[in-house]
Design a protein around this ligand. Structure first.
Ligand SMILES: [Zn+2]
Ligand SMILES: [Zn+2]
Length: 301
């Protein structure tokens, strides 16, 4: 059983939902806190370095100080690993680079005291799912052995199952987690779930999917929700995020996630398209908050 809080201790614990969006760290990670605060996020997700480059300059002491002493930050801040990392790569150079890069990202996340780093499990590149899953667990083993003291967990994200991507079934997440249960968690992305074939579009089907997750992975392992509507239809195995209520999923699962007491302490993060002024985030957050109206007493299915 997992233990310990995955979130920053806060004296300002209040009833506002843990809700926000992925925020850019351009200019330094403290800038992400600033961006999140500016639109009222109580939770944000960040990349721990430029997500499209392998190399990153180490954080300066000043930048880390700015991050740690930031006034009134979002209550929960967690990381998302680079998209370049593939722990199931069949090219030895790419695999070694991926393992090295994940170690570095985990250390950077540690420096920021992030509770967890969301990771796409990997893509088998044509070698088949069994081989691919074994490569992922071997790679994670390397990372965890090298960083045996790291407190930051890795939260495996459910994927849409596009191409040879693994992690599009709860069974696959559960299998990987079973090797390192104290160091791994799970992240559920509504768009990925839907594209992977989990019908969450009605209240009943949403809670049936949650019950499946509970049975196969375990609710205690749920670290975060990614709230995205999907441009792709159910089971299309295509990863295309859409604004809340504008895609193929509809509002029902978002209403359940926002209103149910079961997810009160789970951070809920938008990863929908946006520009620098964050206007789209503001609109999507407004849509999500509107689902809460008159629903405060709801608790579960
Ligand atoms: Zn992701
Ligand atoms: Zn996501």
């Amino acid at each position: 059983m997992p233990n310990g809080s995955l979130h920053r201790a806060s004296k300002r614990e209040n009833d506002a939902p843990l809700l926000g969006a992925h925020m850019s760290i351009a200019g330094g990670p403290s800038k992400a806190l600033e961006r999140g605060r500016s639109i009222g996020c109580t939770a944000i997700q960040i990349f721990v370095k430029n997500n499209m480059q392998w190399l990153a300059k180490p954080f300066s002491k000043e930048e880390l100080d700015r991050f740690h002493t930031f006034i009134d930050p979002p209550r929960t801040v967690f990381g998302h690993a680079s998209y370049l990392i593939n722990l199931s790569a069949n090219n030895p150079d790419l695999l070694a680079r991926s393992i090295q890069s994940l170690m570095e990202e985990l250390m950077r996340a540690e420096q920021m005291c992030l509770p967890f780093l969301v990771l796409h499990p990997g893509a088998h590149m044509g070698d088949g799912e069994r081989v691919g899953l074994a490569r992922i667990t071997d790679s994670l083993g390397c990372v965890f052995r090298a960083l045996s003291d790291a407190q930051c967990k890795i939260a495996l994200e459910i994927t849409a199952g596009q191409g040879t991507t693994l992690g599009y079934r709860f069974e696959q997440l559960a299998e990987i987690i079973s090797y390192f249960p104290s160091r791994l968690r799970a992240c559920l992305d509504t768009a990925h779930l839907f594209a992977a074939g989990y019908d969450i579009s009605s209240k009943d089907s949403f809670w049936r999917t949650v019950a499946q997750f509970d049975k196969i992975v375990g609710r205690d392992y749920l670290a975060a929700w990614h709230l995205n509507d999907s441009k792709a239809p159910l089971g299309a195995r295509i990863d295309r995020h859409e604004h809340i209520g504008k895609g193929k999923i509809g509002l029902e699962p978002f209403r359940e996630i926002m209103c149910s007491g079961e997810f009160r302490h789970i951070p809920k993060i938008l990863e929908t398209p946006k520009k620098e002024d964050l206007k789209e985030d503001v609109i999507n957050l407004r849509v999500l908050k509107s689902l809460l109206e008159n629903k405060h007493t709801r608790s579960g299915p």
